[in-house]
Design a protein around this ligand. Structure first.
Ligand SMILES: Cc1cc2nc3c(=O)[nH]c(=O)nc-3n(C[C@H](O)[C@H](O)[C@H](O)COP(=O)(O)OP(=O)(O)OC[C@H]3O[C@@H](n4cnc5c(N)ncnc54)[C@H](O)[C@@H]3O)c2cc1C
Length: 448
């Protein structure tokens, strides 16, 4: 009888899950990685897809391709909906099979986070968030569509809300998106429209916190805010958004009219804590021990954004480096257990620093006592992101694209891709849009 290999099931092929899978490449084990999407996504560059700098294919890679040469690993496209800790299996559904139990000897949960509207789920309809490639393309569509609609709009009083963009949340995503949008408008769009002036675009960044980039040192926050303001971004701090609807937002009692609101605030963990029915922190992340296992479950590890672990009295941040280091640790620990080697020392996060880009050629960088802002920080940001962007072909294409955009101020990926737009609209909406288009065309003909 051939020896039955232990089975390691990894749920999630993001930064944490992928690092765990790679750490298990030489382990005598059957590794199964389950993800509901077929690609690993480099989320830190999502904002560049939303603002037409990069294409979706430049920041996402098929998980099957990344792990293709790893013979002990099988990739499964499926959505996990439960974990049965007594029978030691996860329950996964794919396109053709629902709720299939997949047994495990070791389980690594690396399911990341979803966006949170802080109890205002009704805001989601009007203010999409940025978490997946589909989100980034949808936001890109909305931004580009707003300019097209304004260009077609005869009544100049309606230009104002079409050309007002509101970003809710001044963390790294909000700041990076606001800066990139300002650059897009001031460079690429500047000379391309005839009936509207792209420079009249209003970009408003709102946050209830008292400064932008709250996780950075104060001087870097101030440098980022100054840079944003120089780019023309209106930074409104100290007030939460009270209302988001089709007309825009209400902040501190004032309505700001806008047709494009983007949610760049809070995140909520995946439901993994509920699957295991174990203790979570206030944000819903699973509390793990220093070996990243769940208390009472030595065979279950939780890594990345969905895990809560304190280090030196402070919770570890939800960033890619934490997820990668934890994934690598969990994979290595399982490898050692399977090979009968002694356990590892407790997990310790090595902080290599944080960075955020603000517009073109400017970033803030904080690593230990080093704090810099400006072009040098931007070069460091570019080098680090290229290093982590995945495969060599993507690295080369992203580098070429960045150089091209930097030197020419052109953005190549300005496509409105909305294949299923008509499927999602009601008959009345379509009829109204058709009418509006007809009226527009007749007006143009009448002018001639
Ligand atoms: C817009 C944006 C910008 C960011 N910028 C930065 C940055 O500049 N620097 C930085 O360090 N960090 C940044 N982050 C945070 C960073 O991306 C996360 O900390 C990191 O991705 C966490 O890794 P993870 O493995 O825990 O989760 P993820 O990378 O999110 O991976 C989770 C995976 O699990 C899969 N999954 C989830 N639920 C299920 C399920 N039920 N069944 C099957 N599969 C499932 C998902 O499809 C996904 O592939 C950013 C995040 C966002 C959204």
């Amino acid at each position: 009888m051939p020896e039955q290999l232990p089975r390691v099931v990894i749920v999630g092929g993001g930064f944490g899950g992928l690092a765990a899978a790679k750490a298990l490449r030489r382990t005598s084990a059957e590794v199964i990685l389950i993800d509901r999407s077929n690609h690993h996504l480099f989320q830190p560059l999502l904002y560049q897809v939303a603002t037409s700098v990069l294409t979706p294919g430049q920041i996402g890679s098929p998980i099957r391709g990344i792990l293709g040469k790893q013979k002990n690993t099988t990739v499964v496209l499926g959505e996990v909906s439960a974990v049965n800790t007594e029978q030691r299996c996860v329950v996964a559904s794919s396109a053709d099979r629902a709720e299939v139990p997949i047994a495990y000897d070791y389980l690594i949960l690396a399911t990341g986070v979803r966006h949170s509207y802080f109890g205002h789920d009704d805001f989601e309809r009007f203010a999409p968030a940025l978490k997946s490639l589909a989100d980034a393309v949808a936001i890109r569509n909305r931004i580009l569509q707003a300019f097209e609609q304004a260009e077609a709009e005869e009544d100049p009083s309606r230009h104002r809300d079409l050309l007002t963009f509101i970003l809710v949340g001044a963390g790294p995503t909000g700041v990076e998106l606001a800066g990139a949008l300002a650059v897009l408008v001031q460079t690429t769009f500047r000379s391309e429209f005839r009936r509207i002036d792209p420079l009249s675009t209003r970009i408003v960044l709102v946050d209830m916190a008292s400064r932008v980039l709250g996780s950075f040192a104060e001087d870097l926050s101030s440098a980022a805010q100054r840079r944003l303001e120089r780019l023309g971004v209106e930074v409104r701090l100290g007030h939460a958004v009270d209302q988001v609807d089709e007309g825009g937002v209400i902040v501190a009692g004032e309505r700001i009219a806008s047709r494009t609101v983007i949610w760049t605030a809070g995140v909520a963990p995946s439901p993994a804590g509920k699957w295991l029915a174990v203790e979570t922190d206030r944000a819903g992340r699973i509390k793990v021990q220093t070996d990243l296992t769940v208390p009472g479950h030595p065979d279950i590890f939780v890594v990345g954004d969905t895990a809560a672990l304190q280090q030196d009295g402070r919770p570890l941040p939800g960033v890619a480096q934490v997820a990668m280091q934890q994934g690598r640790y969990a994979g290595t620990l399982i490898h050692r257990r399977v090979s009968g080697k002694p356990a590892l020392r407790p997990f310790r996060y090595f902080d290599k620093g944080s960075m955020a880009v603000v517009g073109k050629g400017f970033a803030v960088l904080q690593a230990g006592r080093v704090r810099i802002s400006g072009f040098l920080a931007w070069l460091a940001w570019a080098a680090v992101h290229l290093e982590f962007v995945g495969q060599t072909n993507l690295r080369v294409s992203v580098l070429v694209q960045w150089m091209w955009s930097y030197l020419t101020s052109r953005r190549g990926s300005r496509l409105i891709v909305n294949h299923h737009a008509s499927a999602n609209r009601s008959v009345e909406q379509l009829a109204q849009e058709e009418n509006e288009m007809l009226v527009g065309l007749l007006r143009l003909r009448a002018r001639r």
